[in-house]
Design a protein around this ligand. Sequence first.
Ligand code: ADP
Length: 357
Amino acid sequence: MLDLQNITHHYGKLRAVDALSLRVRPGEVVCLLGPSGCGKSTVLRLAAGLERLQAGAVAIAGSVVADAQAGADMPPEDRGVGMVFQDYALFPHLNVIDNVRFGLAGPMTDRRARAKAALAQVGVADYAAAYPHVLSGGQQQRVALARALAPKPGVMLLDEPFSGLDARLRDQVRDATLHALKNSGAACLLVTHDPDEAMFMADRIAVMREGRIVQLGPPVELYCRPADAFVARFFGEINALSATVARGAAVTPFGAVPSSLPEGSAVDVLIRPEALRLKAANGAASPVARVVAARMLGRSSLIHLAVGDDGGAGDDRPTPLHLHARVPGRFLPAENSLVAVALDLDQTFVFPASSPA
Ligand code: ADP
């Protein structure tokens, strides 16, 4: 178990981490997710002991390893944590097996066997005798992971471990990493700015903003029940409409969206592209939109829609809304055709209009 208790960290006057508490259970992968500069790496460095704790406490497996008030700060090598960074940090003058063996204690033959087992676990056993410079980025990252896992740490800390890899390789290494982390039983804290990566890797995601956790929960909860507009927007493109609450609902061109916000208040209605359900408009009763463009993007199609655009002329016409709808598979209605639009309320969120973007 990794337990961060009320940690705060300043760089000069800048408060990079602000009274943050977080527990990671054994066998659990928690992702710290947020935009660049929100304090993710600092949290990881404080947990590792790479940065001196200024306020709060860090406990690992029930023992306090750092306590700012008591002036206690155990060095990183004594904390029982495994670390993986973006730049792998392999020793160039040691071959793969010696890189992995480096941090292990015990008899030589035992260390060799454990290093080999760790390499096999992440699928690079064949490269034991190779030197890092002959390996691809993905192979180097697997070796770095094996090296961190070999001592069987109770806590694994990973800082943007896949960001140096190209997209296709990244998917493979992510997959191997997820399985290796889960097999290890360690409490894992992984830093990323990529929501897709966080959803792929995490049992729970902690979304951070300006040094604080704004929402913590399983990916499905964050995606389907975002706490605020910042979280909703962070998980991908979203359509935003301005609306007003009347009789317990925000009024939109696609119907009423229930909201408990005060009557008459100005709100933003945030609609995920997949929440716009489209059908041919053959005399449909549903509200209608005009297709501006339709593109197949692979697994889904993206339809650009104009709503409230009656095709007429005149300066006093309201500006049509431009919305994006995402439809699974191939769906390519003709440009300028009309489609009926229905809203999936599970993927539609209402927040006060003043919410930060
Ligand atoms: P993230 O990992 O989310 O990108 P960081 O924890 O790296 O965020 O940084 C948080 C804030 O602290 C940023 O504004 C960053 O510029 C600042 N910062 C990070 N490290 C240092 C440092 N060693 N000295 C001064 N400022 C720093």
